[in-house]
Structures are given as C-alpha cells and as structure tokens.
Ligand binder design. Structure first.
Ligand code: GTP
Ligand code: ZN
Length: 339
C-alpha cells in the first residue's frame, strides 16, 4: 500500500496512525489525506541528524517534525529528500518524540523495508479507515523464518557448465534470493561460500563506482579453483536501501559526500543489512560450517550470530580503479573492512 502511494493505517491497541509516503504523495493525494486537518511529518533520526536539527531529547528511529504553520507537501519533500534540501528554504522545524511511539516506529520500519525515503506524512486514523496493519506484525516481521526452497535447476554458466541455481522465497511479496552452486562441494565439510549483496549497477552494467562486478567474478573463480562452493546472491541492493535510494546516494556522492554520509543524509544507517536470511539459506541447504570469502567483518559476525560456523575468513581482494578508490577507502576507514 505504502509503495503504491496509498494510505496505510498502523494500529497498536487504541492508537491508530494513518500514513502516506512523502516521496509518493502528489498535491492531490496530500490534500485528500489531510482532509482540511493538520498532518505531521515523521522522519528518520539519521535524516534529522544530517539536517543538524537538534535531537537531544529524542530516542528511537522515528522523529515527529512540525512547523510553526501547517505542514505542507513542499516542506515535507524538502525535509525528506536530501537532493532538494539545499534548494528549498526550510522553516524552523520543531522535533518531538512521536506521539504513539510504537506505531511511529513501525511506520518508519515499514518505509525503510519498502525502500522508500524514510519520511511519512501521518495523522490519527478515523474509526472506519483501512486497510489496517498491526505495529507488532511490522516490528516482528521476520523474513528469514518464512524462507523456503522454491525450486532448484541446472544453470550452465560460462565458468561452470555444471552449475546449479536454487531459489528461496519467504513472505508474500518479499524478494527471491538465490544460491549458485559451483563445482562439486561437500556440504558436510566447511564449504567455501560468498555472500554477495545485489548491485544492479555493478553486477549488470559493469559500474566502476564499486567493486561488486569484479568481486562476483573473482568469487566464482576462487570457488571453482577450490573444487566447489556456493555464491548466495542476496537481494540487498545498496546495502538494503534499495536501488532508488542508492541512486540518490550516488547523486549525493557527486556533491562530495562519502558512501556512509550519503546514506545518513537519505535517512538510513551506514549499513542496514543483516545476514539472518543468508544463514537460513545455508541451513536449508544443509550447510552448517563455512569458509567465508569476504573482507567485511560484519558478514562473519552476522553469520556467527545466526548460528553458522565460520571456520575461516578468506579475503577477496580486487584492484582499485580511479572511480572506486574513495569507495574502497571508505569501506576500510569507516566500515572496518580488512582491505
Ligand atoms: N548505499 C550504498 N550502497 C552501495 C554503494 N556502493 C555499493 N553499494 C552496495 O553495497 C553492497 C556491496 O556488497 P558486498 O560486496 O556483498 O559486500 P561488502 O560489504 O562490500 O563486503 P565484501 O564481502 O568484503 O565485499 C551492494 O549491495 C551494493 O549495491 C553506495 O555508494 N551506497
Ligand atoms: Zn556495487
């Protein structure tokens, strides 16, 4: 609903909040939603911190934003979208802990999961409005447990004519993740595994802004040279902020921000991925122990936390190019990658 630009009602006991996504609201939708009354803006904590809005007394991820006068769509858009904020004069914003905190935090989670700009227009719901979704269901929605093997098939590829691909899907509407099985691995032994997060720009178009394309190619080669293993292709585009937000991050990087600060400006954390889905996929395949091809200590920690034995971290080094030098420096200096 949120992604279709329609209102969603989030409820928790007595509290019920109607929400629409700022980035998808047209003036007509905004007017119909406000219906002559006041609306508030719910923004993410990281976004308001990037706007240096003074967050001292506020806890949690969602921040309620009001203005002296009524909230307008233009103000909401300028607060929500870092590509606009320099071009629009913002009025003085007042920030507060959101009223019904649980529904507000659930709303923020929903916007992020939907890979929208994390900014919502909200107002109390009327008694008859729907559809309704419970805050608890949003906050406890956990994709990994619902994940199942959908199908497996042979997928001859350039590197390995005997390769196989397995598809995994969970809750309705959620992404389909895949596992590429290369060579002839023995899953009862520690298996050489690469967790690759989706990167349309790097994987498909050969972008030089990152190292994803060459990393995927090197991972396949390394796995085949070792006799076999698995590449999990995780649908976590842009470290889970989604393709649209990654493109916004690239536009901000053109204005001088690094990868991490660009994410904060859009309203997300530095890296919103977790590896519970990956652990679940491995377990469904019968893999309990891995040798993990990565430079990212968070991947090792994430799999271990989810109960997979990581017996070894195998580095995956790629030569830099002039376009991705800063990206790789940021990985090393701000994200703790062992490059
Ligand atoms: N938000 C954001 N995501 C990016 C940017 N550049 C690349 N990405 C994403 O970063 C992810 C890179 O994933 P991986 O290569 O699997 O992981 P990694 O954290 O680099 O760790 P390694 O295992 O050492 O490669 C992909 O989802 C890319 O789409 C960027 O500038 N901003
Ligand atoms: Zn990439």
């Amino acid at each position: 609903m949120l992604r279709r630009g329609r209102a969603v009602i989030i409820e928790d006991g007595e509290a019920a909040l109607a929400c629409i996504a700022v980035e998808l609201a047209s003036p007509r939708v905004f007017d119909a939603f406000a219906d002559g009354g006041e609306v508030e803006l719910l923004a993410s904590r990281d976004r308001m911190a990037a706007l240096k809005a003074g967050l001292e007394d506020i806890e949690g991820d969602a921040v309620s934003v009001t203005t002296e006068g009524p909230m307008t769509l233009d103000i909401a858009r300028a607060v929500a979208n870092p590509l606009l904020d320099a071009s629009v004069a913002l009025p003085r914003l007042r920030l507060a802990e959101p009223g019904p905190a649980t529904v507000a935090h659930a709303a923020m989670r929903l916007a992020k999961t939907a890979e929208l700009l994390p900014a919502l227009l909200v107002r109390p719901a009327t008694a008859t409005e729907g559809p309704r979704v419970s805050a608890g269901d949003i906050l406890h929605y956990s994709a990994p447990e619902t994940l199942r093997i959908i199908a497996g098939a042979e997928l001859p590829i350039h590197d390995d004519e005997g390769a196989r691909l397995m598809a995994f899907a969970g809750a309705a509407g959620a992404e389909v993740h895949v596992a590429l099985i290369l060579g002839d691995p023995d899953f009862s032994q520690p298996t050489l595994v690469r967790l690759h997060s989706e990167c349309l720009t790097g994987d498909v178009f050969g972008s030089l802004r990152c190292d994803c394309g060459p990393q995927l190619a090197a991972a396949k080669q390394t796995i085949l040279e070792a006799g076999g293993g698995v590449v999990l292709y995780l649908r976590q585009e842009g470290r889970k902020i989604g393709l649209a937000n990654k493109m916004r991050a690239y536009a901000l990087q053109g204005r001088g921000y690094d990868t991490v600060d660009a994410n904060f400006h859009i309203g997300f954390g530095a890296d919103d991925r977790d590896y519970d889905v990956a652990a679940r996929m491995l377990r469904l395949m019968g893999i309990e122990q891995v040798r993990l091809l990565t430079n990212n200590p968070e991947k090792v920690a994430g799999l271990r936390k989810a109960g997979i034995g990581v017996v070894e971290r195998v580095p995956l080094r790629i030569a830099a190019n002039p376009h991705n030098e800063r990206y790789l420096d940021t990985k090393r200096d701000r994200s703790g990658h062992e490059l």
